[in-house]
Design a binder for this molecule. Sequence first.
Ligand SMILES: *Cc1c(COP(=O)(O)O)cnc(C)c1O
Length: 380
Amino acid sequence: MDAARKTPDQVTQRLDELYRRLQDAAASQAGYPCNQLFDYSELYRFLGLSINNVGDPFHNSNFWVNTHEFEREVVNGFAFLMGMEPERCWGYVTHGGTEGNMYGLYLARELYPDGLVYFSEDTHYSVLKTMHILNTRSIMIKSRESGEIDYDDLRETVRIHRDVPGIVLANIGTTMKGAVDDVPRIRGIFRDLAMTDYYIHADAALSGMILPFVEEPQPHRFEDGYHSIAVSGHKMIGAPLPCGIVLAKRDSVARIARAIEYVGVLDTTLSGSRNAFTPLILWYALKRSGLSGFRKAVAAALAVADYAVARFNDNGIPAWRHKNSLTVVFPKPPHSVTEKWQIAVYRDIAHIITMPHVTRATVDAIVADCAAALQQGDCS
Ligand SMILES: *Cc1c(COP(=O)(O)O)cnc(C)c1O
């Protein structure tokens, strides 16, 4: 490693190069659900302070250099979007979807220590890791072709294990196909089997910020039957730092709360020291956009997704998308194309996600590249 000290000019030059590279990479990024369109410059001054949200945002702390007040407003804003009364809801700003899912599954495990966790094949890869960390038993359930969980396989598997509580991680928008698991139907399976000890955690990483803003959403609200939900902040909303939100029922969380004398906080969160800047980002986005702003942004992005499906199909490429999804699925193109546009692939399919920074012109360019590769019979 070159540990020698650099001159200020050399340091600046390296940073300038990096900045240019990242700007280019961000502009051509179409395969991952990270909105690149945002402006948080009004918040930059807070980077001059060492702020830290250690502890429960709803509980007093001896450490005051925090943004707990804004974090609580973010939690209440998301509670509103998911149709939960703020008094019954608890939550905090996480480092992203992974932490939010881990938190929901941790709560479930604390409530039902001998519970068995069920999730579909199409579930985000991080959930398997979480199962290892929590050391909980889990069973992977088959997926349907659509990417939804296979309800028959779920019912049959739960039935065999009906002597232990069931914990389901339901996908509200799968990573690869944007499929939405039917939470009321999953709840119905437990009812039919006369099981009262069950817990449903909703992974709504991307679609959690889409479904509240469309005319005919799939079930995604607390009343539909889940007990906790995780949403990513850097996906649909867009953020310069990864972040997310987890919401849970207040009475579930009371079971795990421990008071810590050292910082005078309630130790309900997974991390100790926590980011105090990301709650400001989410707060700013919610307050500046409001419901109408998000409705507009979601409608515009869905229109681009429709446009992408049509353009692919016009060029003989069988692309499709789920209702209310920005994830446009199509057959895996050659490596040259996936690399250029940072397109995610899985087995024989690929997708682009029409986040707000992805324009119709970008779609045209991607479709042209795919069509050209198809014509050349390029399968490398
Ligand atoms: C992106 C994603 C995650 C992980 O979220 P991070 O914010 O990257 O930790 C989990 N589940 C789904 C469905 C996702 O799309």
